[in-house]
Design a protein. Structure first.
Length: 388
């Protein structure tokens, strides 16, 4: 039986302690971890940046180009990646972050995580917006198949990019196995002391960027403090993305002072503690391709409030409270209701744990491998069995 060789562009894999390690980097990392485990029918090749090492189950091809600088990475993706794919004898190439090369020696699959450059163009710097819009359109047209993180994103890809529905598959993301409730009171107390958390807190986790709608969260928190006199802090955990400077000015203008803490990027090992020590988790984003942080909070037993925008209702299901992303008063009242109702918090905690258990990275990898095999069989590129 001839085994097909499947290549994955892993150049956006990052081990930095910054926002670059979140989101798409985590997606790549989990595919690298799980694909060889769930699919024994293909040989997997990872195309890596200099200094990165292929994980178990992967053959690693490192670039000679230093692609940490975005223009260099784009040049490598357009020129070096097709060349390396041909040399490696790849039968199928997966571009896991929105863009495929203009030409490739084999069929290509692209994962489109969201279409925010089209839906919220004002949130992007002009050069980044132009690049994303033109390359997303081209990639959707040229790829043999498109993976979307959610049904909401799948519908956006069909509607905005004109992709045929049969060529777009929604595959939800998963929750890290390391994310679970920290039940040891002494461990949580030690974490609180180490972080200087003397008061109960409301938590947000995510990159500080405009579409996360954090200005509205700050306004809602100010309303909560003024109307309900809660003792809680608001803690925003996440690396600085772009256009984040206005958040600090907004917090100051609202007179929140020490009641708001920008905690910066959190190492993976600390995330279960941030989630578990929080009283509630709030995620008011205007648009998400999937929305992992609410699911991560639920996996740690933290009650969730999220906006009812884009894919977030899919991620949260019936296990959290959903609010209008344009209504700070509604968000403030939802936070007050949840903080004041211990029974509701317990109900959402249990529902959240059940919801998070349904979405795993193993399942994401299984469904991704099924897409590979469907394409490979259709193109006579492999005699492999479909791993299902």
């Amino acid at each position: 039986m001839r085994r097909a060789r499947v290549g994955l562009n892993a150049h956006l894999l990052s081990y930095e302690t910054s926002y670059r390690k979140a989101g798409v980097s985590r997606y790549i990392e989990r595919l690298l971890e799980w694909l060889p485990q769930v699919d024994p029918f293909c040989d997997y090749i990872a195309f890596l940046s200099p200094g990165h090492t292929a994980p178990a189950g992967w053959e690693g091809w490192r670039s000679l180009w230093r692609t940490a600088w975005p223009p260099a990475r784009v040049a490598w993706e357009f020129l070096g990646l097709p060349w390396q794919s041909r040399r490696a004898g790849v039968a199928l190439l997966h571009a896991p972050v929105n863009v495929i090369p203009p030409w490739a020696p084999c069929p290509t699959v692209v994962t489109i995580h969201d279409l925010s450059p089209f839906l919220f163009p004002e949130l992007y710097r002009p050069s980044r917006r132009l690049y994303q819009q033109t390359q997303l359109r081209r990639s959707a047209r040229q790829a043999v198949h498109i993976i979307a993180d959610s049904e909401a994103t799948r519908q956006d890809v069909i509607r905005i990019l004109g992709a045929p529905p049969e060529r777009v598959t929604a595959i939800p993301l998963g929750v890290e196995e390391t994310l679970h409730p920290i039940a040891d009171p002494s461990a949580l107390a030690a974490f609180r002391q180490r972080q200087g958390l003397e008061r109960p807190y409301i938590l947000f986790v995510g990159t500080l960027e405009p579409r996360k709608n954090l200005s509205l969260l700050l306004e809602a928190f100010a309303l909560l403090k003024a109307r309900h006199r809660v003792p809680h802090m608001l803690v925003l955990v996440g690396g600085k993305g772009w256009y984040y400077e206005a958040l600090f000015e907004r917090a100051s203008h609202l007179g929140l002072g020490q009641a708001v803490r920008f905690a910066g990027y959190a190492a993976d090992g600390d995330l279960p503690y941030w989630y578990s020590a929080a009283e509630i988790f709030v995620y008011p984003s205007r648009y998400e391709g999937f929305g992992l942080p609410p699911l991560e909070a639920m996996a740690c037993g933290t009650p969730v409030i999220a906006s009812r925008a884009s894919s977030l209702p899919e991620a949260v299901g019936e296990a959290g409270l959903l609010v209008d992303p344009d209504d700070p008063q509604a968000l403030a009242e939802a936070m007050a209701a949840l903080l004041e109702d211990a029974a509701l918090r317990e109900t959402l905690r249990r529902a959240g744990l059940e919801r998070a258990a349904q979405l795993t990275w193993r399942r994401t990898a299984q469904r991704t491998a099924a897409v590979y095999h469907h394409i490979l069989q259709g193109n006579d590129a492999s005699e492999s069995e479909n791993p299902g």
